[in-house]
Design a binder for this molecule. Structure first.
Ligand SMILES: *Cc1c(COP(=O)(O)O)cnc(C)c1O
Length: 231
């Protein structure tokens, strides 16, 4: 009995913390929207739940969140199966071509298209999914994504695949000491998106989402600020 009570108390304490952090994130999103003259409804919070246990995701769901992001198919599958089906699941990890078909069968949105072989495999699922193209704006060696100069070519290749509904662009800002340093990166992604006439801009994470929203983000992908440091 004592142990059960203790566990319940710990759970309670955790949910309180989650609620507080979510409220703080909401406040920051609203402030950034206000600063930029944008409406709150233009920004979708995607809660990134990689390494986050099922019960915690369930608590986030109970607090009203419906968009969740995962970066590995194997980790995501059991969570997706166990959780309610009104959740919109976003794939935000590196997309291995040999898993692309299964990812398309499992997720509603894929943020990380960057090469032809992924498209070929995705099309085999027969489902239509929302797709974003990841752009390596800062031309970082270790990072995935299409280079800006190769974007037009990749987007025209993408148009051959009706199974991928091309919605916009995604980028991961470089690790910086101060969020404002990523402003030029976000500005550039927004410029490229505008040029292509797309609506969605997936940019901004725990450290820099305020700046990303000021620069036009429609999807912010937030893990740490919501769930705490990952193990
Ligand atoms: C892990 C991850 C995030 C969340 O990062 P935080 O800094 O924890 O908010 C966002 N986007 C992608 C692609 C990720 O892999």
């Amino acid at each position: 009995m004592w142990r059960l009570a203790e566990a319940a108390q710990a759970q309670n304490w955790y949910v309180k913390g989650l609620q507080t952090r979510l409220a703080e994130i909401e406040r920051r999103i609203e402030t950034a929207c206000l600063t930029a003259g944008r409406h709150r409804s233009e920004v979708q919070l995607v809660a990134v739940t990689k390494t986050v246990p099922l019960e915690v995701i369930k608590a986030a769901y109970d607090l009203g969140l419906r968009h969740f992001g995962e970066s590995r198919l194997q980790e995501a599958r059991p969570k997706i199966e166990a959780l309610p089906d009104d959740i919109v699941w976003h794939f935000v990890g590196r997309l291995q071509s040999n898993k692309a078909k299964a990812v398309a069968e499992t997720f509603a949105v894929v943020h990380t298209f960057e090469k032809g072989s992924q498209l070929v495999e995705t099309a085999k699922s027969g489902r239509v999914i929302n797709g974003l193209v990841e752009v390596n704006i800062a031309n970082e060696q270790q990072k995935a994504g299409v280079l800006p100069e190769a974007l037009d070519k990749f987007v025209s290749e993408l148009s051959n695949y009706p199974q991928v509904r091309f919605r916009g662009l995604m980028t991961i800002g470089p690790l910086v000491s101060e969020a404002g340093l990523n402003r030029p990166v976000f500005k550039e992604l927004a410029r490229l998106g505008k040029e292509l006439g797309t609506e969605w801009l997936s940019m901004g994470m725990s450290g820099d989402f305020d700046v990303a929203i000021q620069e036009g983000a429609t999807h912010v992908r937030i893990g740490t600020a919501l769930f705490g440091e990952r193990a």
